[in-house]
Design a protein around this ligand. Structure first.
Ligand SMILES: C[S@@+](CC[C@H](N)C(=O)[O-])C[C@H]1O[C@@H](n2cnc3c(N)ncnc32)[C@H](O)[C@@H]1O
Length: 247
């Protein structure tokens, strides 16, 4: 742990919680590996000055009330694993009529999006540093979310790691249960075999409908991400999956 992280964790102990092992010492299967990257001054200063305004703290005993969190009744989209938050920031800037809750475990990316949202004084972004699976299970009410964005989730290419992939049936069912009627799940990947998995998994959940019957056409409002650029440089195909909740 760097000195900066130590200082930040002293200031906001909740941020360190995702780094702790389970109390019973069990190792759960997680979809992420925690990466460290030295925080820059602007990120530290944003964590010192804007944390309460932008950060939502994981608390298994609290259910999120989005209307009071954002101060309005606008639709809520949750982005899972936003990385550096570049697409989150742009989408939120261009859609002030929608509220965005970004969930990411990577402290550097979390702090970067928090700092950028504060710099632009955006009112429709909140960020969480925690495991999105637990956040959804413990803090998000059923039928309360208008959309989910999962852009370039870790592909875990090795077969023995496939169990770590986020988009699997139980998680897809969890997402579906949190959606409002008419809400959507939008996933994008540059890993073709994971794209096929997304298509079949999301297509197999009761109540989710794929209006395209296959991969979706690119959505014009989704900006290119850093991971996407890397994939494109290697000539990978970008596949998009869009499903909607219909009763
Ligand atoms: C391959 S990166 C893609 C980042 C970004 N969406 C992009 O396109 O540039 C996947 C990100 O998901 C995050 N992640 C994976 N599992 C997660 C989870 N369960 N909860 C929160 N974040 C997660 C990782 O930390 C990582 O930053």
């Amino acid at each position: 742990m760097t000195e900066e992280e130590k200082r930040i964790f002293e200031l906001h102990p909740s941020l360190a919680r995702v780094e702790r092992r389970q109390d019973d010492g069990r190792r759960e299967i997680k979809s992420f590996v925690l990466r460290g990257q030295k925080l820059k001054d602007y990120q530290i200063s944003a964590l010192e000055n804007h944390f309460d305004e932008y950060a939502v703290v994981y608390d298994e005993n609290v259910k999120l009330d989005f209307a009071s969190l954002f101060g309005n009744g606008n639709p809520v989209v949750i982005e899972i694993g936003f990385g550096m938050g570049e697409s989150t920031l742009r989408i939120a800037r261009e859609h002030p009529e929608v509220n965005y809750l970004g969930i990411e475990v990577f402290l550097f990316g979390f702090s970067k999006l928090l700092a950028n949202a504060a710099k632009e004084d955006l009112k429709n972004i909140k960020v969480m540093r925690f495991d999105a699976v637990q956040v959804l299970q413990d803090m998000v009410l059923d039928g309360s979310v208008d959309g989910f964005h999962v852009f370039f989730p870790d592909p875990w290419p090795k077969k023995r790691h496939h169990k770590k992939r986020l988009i699997q049936k139980p998680f897809a069912e969890l997402l579906a249960s949190k959606l409002k009627e008419g809400g959507y799940i939008y996933c994008v990947t540059d890993w073709e075999e994971y794209a096929d998995q997304m298509l079949s998994v999301l297509g197999s959940v009761d109540g989710l409908v794929n209006p395209y019957g296959g991969f979706a056409p690119p959505v014009p409002w989704r900006p290119e991400t850093g991971f996407e650029r890397k994939g494109l440089e290697q000539d990978f195909t970008i596949n998009e999956v869009w499903v909607e909740k219909r009763g």
